[in-house]
Design a binder for this molecule. Sequence first.
Ligand SMILES: Nc1ncnc2c1ncn2[C@@H]1O[C@H](COP(=O)(O)OP(=O)(O)O)[C@@H](O)[C@H]1O
Ligand SMILES: O=P(O)(O)OC[C@H](O)CO
Length: 496
Amino acid sequence: MSKDPTILAIDQGTTSARAILFSRNGQPLDAAQYELPQHFPDDGWVEHDAEDIWSLTLKACRDVIARADAPPVGIGITNQRETVIVWDRKSGEPIHRAIVWQDRRTADVCRGLREADHEEKVAAKTGLVIDPYFSATKLAWLLDHVPGARARAEKGELAAGTVESFLLWRLTGGQVHASDATNASRTSLFDIHRQQWDQELCDIFRVPMSLLPEVTDCAHDFGATDPALFGTAIPIGGMAGDQQAALIGQGAFRPGLVKSTYGTGCFAVLNTGSTPVRSGHKLLSTVGYRLGGEVTYALEGSIFVAGAAIQWLRDGMKFISHAAESEALAKKAMGKGEVTFVPAFTGLGAPHWDAEARGAIFGLTRDTGPADIVAAALEAVAFQTAELLEAMAADAPGLASLRVDGGMVANDLFCQQLADLTGLEVDRPVVTETTALGAAILAGLTAGWFSSLEEAEGFRTRDRVFSPAMDSSEGQRRRRRWDAAIARVLTAPPSA
Ligand SMILES: Nc1ncnc2c1ncn2[C@@H]1O[C@H](COP(=O)(O)OP(=O)(O)O)[C@@H](O)[C@H]1O
Ligand SMILES: O=P(O)(O)OC[C@H](O)CO
């Protein structure tokens, strides 16, 4: 183990809590990971126990710190975004389980807000569409459904935030209630142009502004950990939502560079520079990162189910015992390619935004088996990425290649399908823990390891590039099959 200074990145994802120790030149030295239990209390509902989020994160950090020769000089936090927690300011106790980004329970409320013509105002200020995906309606749901919560919130007894803000509160022993601009930009309550919470949005979504954390840059002195946790106080210097952290970890610091992360969902994020681009194709305009008060904006396409489809094939269908087996099994079906799987378990995200759509499998015959369905699941994630990138290219032409990361890109077959169905070169780095790396780079900036992000550009080294190899008529034939399947699951006709 290294005696050189290190930074600990906390990556609290949808399916796990991870802690990864990084060297000064961006190399992962050690890691610990714990799977996070998922709760599905009703149709389309997804919850996490906030105490699990905390205890598993703490356990992962303690494992790594205990094995290190010296405590890390800083901590960077990155996290599943939009997921909301409300807790008591005095006791620190959550008032309910966290409502997860995938949760659709507020679909009706969102429809009502769209019908009340709030869509344009919300999009102009936040860059987002009105959808249950974002935090605001989940937060209002908690205030309305946990007995006494709204009254306690009005009295100032409660605090709210997304996962990074809850972790920061716990790590600092209840001293700091803060978030960063990337996470704030996913709530629907934050004006991405003025970089502040917005009263009109808080009124529309019925969320008291006093519940919300202070919003800062991504590289910032967030305070230090309670010495009781790790035996010493460690400064917390970096914070970003996981997809934005991956943009940094992928070294996508220039406008035009795009990365796509394949974890539970898939999130393609394009750096658009210092001016927000308003999408004409239902992509999100969001904060890429904020440093020294200067915002770098991004366009994002979000797909709710990517690796989660593989998890379902493992845990629900029992077709495989490990996600990695999907590659060998799908190869057995290659070439047949007539089964189409639309994994819209929790509705469809960009560019369709249909919260009520549900999944479907088309083209089943007597000889369809697990291999065909697994192959169709991998292909579906590639098709959905193709839809996102087409929307992105229409908003911001000139995409050259796609930098990929996340659990699914260990699958070579999937990466090749991505190249074939998007027509872009798919560029996979050696270190695919880019999310954690991004958080470490931000904490490294605060620790004075570098003076600008660009100094960390060399941290990314290429593992392999997958080039498009599919015959274009075959690609078009498959795409028509996908488009027809999507048309059949949409609950409302596509709008412009
Ligand atoms: N070899 C593989 N092929 C396909 N999917 C995989 C493979 N390995 C992992 N996955 C999927 O990747 C996801 C885990 O990726 P990860 O980046 O850890 O997710 P998250 O950050 O959302 O918790 C799981 O949903 C899993 O099914
Ligand atoms: O936990 P992940 O990696 O699936 O990412 C979740 C996203 O942040 C949701 O917006």
